[in-house]
Design a protein around this ligand. Structure first.
Ligand code: GDP
Length: 442
């Protein structure tokens, strides 16, 4: 079967967790390629809520192998806590998980540096999760980062920690925080090293070996393409590349090994943190989406900003990522609405914008133009049969497909695996549909 990238086409929280969990049986390996433990995938299996931050949700499927790629930044502490909580649920984490030896580590100074940087920005703050992800990527690009492989050599680790702490302490002190003790950090991370060592491996070699054996890989992105450090709504972005290109650099696999990109798109728009969001609704008008969609961050519990579906952004995202296939999530959240709006164009200073603006100050003043569609009845919630869906919803679906130039192959109508409609002829060659059983238990 094909090797497929699965990514969010908006600002994250599109419901990737559910879709990845659903289609995982079609793959032998799930490889995460960027982000850190700021991402939160929520998966419901038979009414049990499981939130995963770092470990791919493929871990919930016996027989599936998981990889954490070099593009991910790893907090050893968060990783080990996640392993423990999975083991408590009776889920095995051992030889089924590989961590890339060149994945960078989050160190104790990273969250502190992030807090200082965000405080300095004041009202212009990015609204990050304060988990040290951004500063860890800064150190990676600054060529002073500490990687998983460095954990395995005590002398190397000690020297790297000493150098980094010597550089960071003056910054912490200037920010009003106490200096850190490198020896204590070394002691703590040596403890982590012993527990992480069995997972650390040559991940690109592992993936290539598997692909040559005919195994299939699902490359899993976190956040969403609109938060990509290069192509997203800079500077209100994440520090890594959730876009399709990130799957290659973030896992060490060549682009010719990947056959398709499945974009996950929510039927409306949400965003956490700062930055422009053209279709954003006022608190009162967005409340119905916030509440019906349960739009509160899986990691932080923060309410998300909500707005109408933005076809300008999603079409940009589909083009950037080569998305031809979409999974549409949460249309059931729109069930209660008499009228549904879709943003089809932006104007700026009275002129129609021909493409998605990359300048945040333009996007902040972009005025959406909407197409109004009637709501539908009966409700979609938990619907399982495409033929019985209301015509008004099918028209809405067609409108979205035409605007973003991609076809919807999966429609999610609720939180459970079985609340899903799969359109097989639209996913031919990408997923092994025989293996995807909607009512599968763990
Ligand atoms: P992710 O990071 O992209 O996986 O997104 P989150 O996990 O933060 O948010 C998705 C939330 O929406 C989770 O609570 C899912 O269980 C839920 N969800 C996913 N698909 C659907 C759907 O089709 N309908 C509804 N109502 N909820 C959904």
């Amino acid at each position: 079967m094909a090797n497929v990238i699965v990514l969010g086409t908006q600002w994250g929280d599109e419901g990737k967790g559910k879709i990845v969990d659903l289609i995982t049986p079609s793959f032998d390996i799930v490889a995460r390629y960027q982000g850190g433990h700021n991402a939160g995938h929520t998966v419901y299996v038979r009414g049990r809520k499981i939130v995963l931050h770092l470990i791919p949700s493929g871990i919930l499927h016996p027989g599936t192998l998981c990889a954490i790629g070099n593009g991910v930044v790893i907090s050893p502490q968060a990783f080990l806590e996640e392993v423990e909580s999975l083991e408590k649920l009776g889920i095995e984490v051992g030889r089924n998980l590989v961590i890339s030896r060149n994945a960078h580590l989050i160190m104790p100074y990273h969250p502190l540096l992030e807090r200082i940087a965000e405080d300095r920005l004041g009202p212009r703050r990015i609204g990050t999760t304060h988990r040290g992800i951004g500063p860890a990527y800064e150190d990676k690009a600054g060529r002073r980062g500490i990687r998983a492989a460095d954990l395995l050599d005590a002398a190397v680790l000690q020297e790297l920690i000493r150098d980094n702490v010597a550089e960071k302490n003056p910054i912490l002190e200037r920010g009003g925080l106490p200096a850190l003790n490198p020896d204590r950090i070394f002691e703590e991370y040596s403890g982590f090293a012993a527990r992480l060592a069995p997972f650390v491996a040559d991940e690109p070699l592992f993936l290539e070996g598997m692909i040559r054996k005919g195994k299939s890989v699902l490359f899993e992105g976190a956040q969403g393409a609109m938060l990509d450090v290069d192509h997203g709504t800079y500077p209100f972005v994440t520090s890594s590349s959730p876009s399709a290109g990130g799957a290659c650099t973030g896992s060490g696999v060549g682009p010719n090994r990947i056959q398709a990109v499945l974009g996950i798109t929510k039927a409306y728009t949400t965003r956490v943190g700062g930055g422009p969001l053209p279709t954003e609704l006022s608190e009162a008008n967005g409340r119905v989406l916030l509440e019906r969609g349960d739009e509160f961050g899986a990691t932080t519990g923060r309410p998300r900003r909500c707005g109408w579906f933005d076809a300008v952004a999603v079409s940009y995202s589909c083009r950037l990522n080569g998305v031809e296939h979409l999974a549409l999530t949460k249309p059931d959240v729109l069930d209660a609405l008499g009228e549904i709006l879709i943003c089809t164009e932006y104007t700026y200073k009275g002129t129609l914008l021909k493409s998605f603006p990359v300048e945040s100050w333009v996007l902040a003043k972009a005025v959406p133009r909407y197409k109004k569609l009637p709501g539908w009845s009966p409700p979609l919630a938990k619907a399982k049969d495409f033929d019985r869906l209301p015509q008004a919803f099918k028209d809405y679906l067609r409108t979205i497909e035409d605007l973003v130039e991609a076809r919807v192959g999966i429609i999610s109508t609720g939180v459970e695996r079985e609340d899903t409609i799969i359109l097989p002829d639209r996913l031919d060659g990408i997923l092994d549909l025989e293996k995807i059983k909607l009512d599968r238990t763990m």
